[in-house]
Design a protein around this ligand. Structure first.
Ligand SMILES: [Zn+2]
Length: 282
């Protein structure tokens, strides 16, 4: 099964003992891309470092509501210009834990949403018990490419988000008995969802209690498949394509080819480019 892990925190100390081994194992077992998510200065920088080391790991940069009081706009602007930073996030509001004052959370979220729009980057949203305020800030910022990561609303809020053309994303928490997300999973259009682990957190059943990793992502696909009455393969493929489009995954750099083939294909390519460029100019 070909999978796209859209939300991981592999830079965290939980992975210090076996990070590279685990990453290799992921890429050997069907994971094709990983988005490593920043949530403050340190993790945004570390996510970028990880992305620079691995062709198919990309980073995001952002200040989570828990870290809102440390917000550094210049850092986000600098990171937004990096080619391996594909999105701004995770940013948003957390009115459940309230680790930062709510007015600071709102201000910092608004700032980053506007920066994301300015720099033409998708937004990865963290929202806990702040549905309407998150919605309002994103609407006011005129954000177009948005994913509500670890979606936690009801079908009414899901519909509101989907009507904007935004995405919703699911973690291992959909495998928990109290998840209450079956209705949302049934009603969402196939082109508007993604899957993620949010590792090392939110380990899916039956591994709950252990450290989470992208190796458990297939369990999220399997649960969605069970609820929608389709195959896990379909879920994996659809969410893969959605994620590839949403994060605007760049093509792999072209590998050097043998001398003979390289010359002829190079010649063809440059000819084509010239024609295209001319057309553009006119
Ligand atoms: Zn996260």
């Amino acid at each position: 099964m070909k999978l796209f892990e859209t939300h991981a925190h592999l830079d965290l100390p939980e992975f210090d003992a076996d990070r590279e081994r685990l990453i290799n194992k992921c890429f050997d077992s069907g994971i094709e891309y990983i988005i490593n998510i920043g949530f403050n200065k340190e993790t945004s920088l570390n996510s970028l470092e990880l992305a620079k080391k691995h062709l198919h790991i990309f980073a995001t940069a952002g200040f989570h509501p828990h870290d809102a009081t440390d917000f550094d706009a210049e850092l986000i602007k600098r990171l937004a210009r990096e080619k391996n930073v594909l999105a701004i996030g995770e940013i948003g509001l957390d009115y459940f834990r309230n680790l930062s004052p709510r007015n600071v959370q709102r201000e910092v979220f608004r700032n980053q949403a506007l920066l994301a729009v300015d720099y033409d980057k998708p937004i990865v949203v963290h929202n806990r018990e702040a549905h309407q305020e998150c919605y309002k800030i994103l609407k006011e910022a005129e954000a177009k490419d948005v994913v509500f990561h670890c979606f936690s609303g009801d079908i009414i809020f899901a519909q509101q988000v989907l009507d904007e053309g935004w995405m919703i994303s699911f973690t291992g928490n959909i495998t928990y008995p109290n998840a209450n997300l079956d209705d949302v999973i049934r009603m969402m259009p196939p082109e508007q969802f993604m899957i993620e682990t949010d590792c090392p957190y939110l380990t899916p059943h039956p591994h709950r209690g252990k450290r989470n990793s992208p190796l458990y992502l297939h369990l999220v696909a399997e649960k969605i498949a069970e609820i929608r009455g389709i195959t896990p393969l379909e879920v994996a493929e659809t969410s893969f394509n959605n994620a590839h489009r949403f994060f605007r995954i760049p093509p792999d750099p072209v590998k050097p080819v043998s001398k003979k083939g390289g010359k002829s294909s190079k010649g063809k390519k440059s000819k084509k480019t010239t024609v295209k460029d001319k057309k553009k100019d006119k």
